[in-house]
Write a protein that binds this ligand. Structure first.
Ligand SMILES: [Zn+2]
Length: 427
């Protein structure tokens, strides 16, 4: 049934917290690294990847034996399911791994920033050799996503993301409005994150606080991910229809991954190219093949660096929701914004965040002041743009501009809308 090319979701589970009081946590580098900022979220049922590379060769992962870093060690020496209140420092201490090693792992994590996304219910496993060195560390987010750190023979760690496409199954959720949209949608089984994504998608078309009346109805077509029959908790929205008596609004995801209304008008709002109010010199360009000056290994530069003095205003490049505000010993104070299921931006080395997790922001909003936090040689803003979880060059990437579908694109979109409307009993 699922014939379109799968376009990856990368909404962040922390969006689920949006409806809750904002949680604005700071990692205490000296006092123990608090895992993520998501630790208070009680559910272990649902989690989703922060980043999913597009070009993953899953066949080779599934058919080739995993690289053996330490042939004699088959079982992890320490395994722990993350619980609220856990800190990285405490976990490493319990595993008998020293803080110096933890910092080496965090250094490798700079390319992925996966440790910050650990949540209760996720699993962390340590493998140690006879000398007690950490040979491997695995973060298990769900059946579809793991991040593995493997020790280089001479020390230091390599990071690998494992992302399994899995199988996707459709799910339709319909209901009537009684009270707020949030309450009405929650009652029929939409999660906080899914509700927020529906509201974000249609925010220019509908005022959810004012326009809905008792008796109005809604229908949402979702697509849920499974790996070997196990739900990963990752889902994406394929279609939304909200009916208000005489009028209705719709959103459908096209095969290009972007959302349009049923007439093919884009619902993706345009981005601006630069995360700053005025132009600053690019001090280091995006470079996926950059070599580390010391080790000579590939150390990708996943963003664009701007030579901003400390205190320069940083702006959101598009409308979205702040999904993470945190500190990292190498990335410094940083902010992550999710713009819809497809686009994410990150702003690193800040001196001060002016937004909190869960906050909605608009393109051009000042979200932070730049700084020199983390391990860097001088003040700058490091800006990343991710499409489907994959870092792209923010200066040259095709970023969405408001538009509409035409010609054969529109024709195939209309067919897709017709079949989804049929599934959603919308005639
Ligand atoms: Zn940089």
């Amino acid at each position: 049934m699922q014939t379109e090319k799968i376009s990856w979701l990368n909404f962040n589970p922390v969006m689920r917290l949006q409806a809750l009081p904002s949680i604005h946590k700071t990692l205490l580098l000296a006092g123990g690294l608090l895992i993520g900022a998501t630790i208070l979220w009680p559910s272990s049922q649902e989690f989703s990847p922060q980043r999913v590379p597009l070009s993953l060769d899953v066949e080779s992962i599934l058919t080739q034996p995993a690289p053996i870093t330490a042939p004699l060690i088959k079982h992890p020496s320490f395994v722990r399911t993350i619980e609220p209140g856990d800190t990285l420092s405490a976990l490493f201490a319990k595993a008998g791994v020293d803080q110096q090693t933890m910092y080496k792992v965090l250094e490798a994590d700079l390319d992925v920033l996966a440790l910050d996304t650990l949540m209760p219910g996720n699993r962390i496993s340590f493998w140690q050799d006879e000398q007690g060195n950490l040979s491997k560390l695995e973060l298990y987010f769900n059946a579809a996503r793991q991040v593995v750190f493997s020790r280089y023979p001479e020390g230091g760690y390599e990071v690998n993301e494992i992302n399994i496409p899995g199988d996707w199954q459709d799910r339709i959720i319909s209901g009537g409005i009684q009270g707020s949209f949030y309450r009405s949608a929650e009652k029929v089984g939409l999660s906080a994150a899914e509700i927020q994504r529906v509201e974000m998608l249609l925010k220019d078309k509908l005022n959810f606080a004012r326009d809905l009346r008792a008796g109005d109805s809604f229908s949402v077509l979702l697509n849920d991910q499974y790996v070997a029959g196990e739900s990963t908790g990752v889902s994406r929205i394929l279609g939304v229809s909200i009916n208000m008596g005489r009028s209705h609004v719709t959103a459908f995801q096209n095969s290009d991954g972007n959302f349009y209304d049923e007439n093919g008008q884009s619902l993706v709002r345009a981005f601006q190219r630069f995360p700053l109010l005025k132009q600053y010199r690019v001090s280091s360009a995006f470079n996926p093949h950059r070599h580390h000056p010391v080790t000579g290994r590939i150390a990708p530069h996943n963003g664009t660096d701007f030579a901003t003095p400390v205190g320069t205003k940083v702006v959101a490049t598009g409308d979205g929701v702040v999904t993470l505000v945190t500190n990292h010993p190498y990335a410094g104070k940083y902010i992550v914004i999710e713009h819809d299921s497809k686009y994410t931006t990150r702003y690193l080395h800040l001196s001060k965040a002016l937004v909190h997790k869960g906050q909605r922001v608009s393109r051009g909003d000042v979200i932070a002041l730049s700084g020199a936090t983390g391990r860097i040689t001088g003040p700058h803003l490091h800006y990343e743009f991710h499409i489907n979880g994959h870092a792209v060059n923010p200066m040259t990437a095709k970023i969405p501009m408001a538009g509409h579908l035409a010609g054969s694109e529109k024709h195939s979109f209309e067919q897709l809308v017709a079949s989804r409307k049929h599934m959603m009993n919308l005639g």
